[in-house]
Design a protein around this ligand. Structure first.
Ligand SMILES: [Zn+2]
Ligand SMILES: [Zn+2]
Length: 194
């Protein structure tokens, strides 16, 4: 969010760019990737950028799951191309309509329920972990990609929580709060509807 660089016009399309993947990089523009490819039994966290080797993030600080340090977490997420894309791309009409219809008061419990159902169990017990979060249609999906709580692999990469353990309720609450922060920032008027 602190970047001067503007997303290209393509990034603002309603349809997600098929060419952008969670392992894409644009290191020259300070958009990296910290996700290890096929780590087998190791962590998905690579610490340094997989492409240029830049060491930019204080991972211990992120692993605290400290809501009072949320600005640092959001700044860090924006150093990864995939996250940056979801922090900046246009949100599709259907997702905006859904969010307005539900209102923030309904979205909060809905999000907690969704996170519990699609991420609460260990990775191996989830159906095709890594594909459970659609890319459009709901602002919470955008938020999940932007904040790296779309799958257990991304959660392991970003928050150091072992993908083979169940999530604790305080972890789910933390992710839900991150998602609400995203919604407040991307759709600020949603708060004023009721
Ligand atoms: Zn890089
Ligand atoms: Zn993911």
């Amino acid at each position: 969010m602190s970047k001067d660089k503007k997303p290209t016009e393509d990034w603002l399309d309603d349809e997600p760019l098929e060419s952008i993947k969670c392992t894409s990089t644009d290191c020259e523009n300070d958009l990296h990737c910290f996700r290890r490819k096929r780590p087998k039994n190791e962590s998905y966290r690579n610490v340094e950028c997989i492409e240029c080797g830049a060491n930019l993030i204080d991972w211990d600080r992120l692993d605290q799951l400290d809501l009072s340090d949320i600005e640092y977490t959001i700044r860090s997420l924006n150093l990864e191309l995939w996250r940056y894309y979801y922090w900046h791309k246009n949100i599709d009409e259907r997702a905006i309509l859904h969010a307005r219809t539900r209102g923030i008061d309904e979205l909060i419990p809905w999000t907690v329920k969704r996170l519990t159902k699609s991420l609460g169990r260990p990775s191996k017990d989830l159906w095709r972990d890594g594909t459970q979060t659609p890319r459009t249609g709901n602002v919470v999906y955008y938020a999940q990609h932007a904040t790296a709580c779309c799958c257990r692999k991304c959660i392991e990469e970003w928050y150091g929580i072992n993908r083979n353990q169940s999530l604790k309720s305080e972890e789910i609450n933390y992710f839900s709060e991150l998602i609400m922060q995203y919604i407040h920032r991307r759709l600020p008027d949603l708060l004023k509807t009721n």
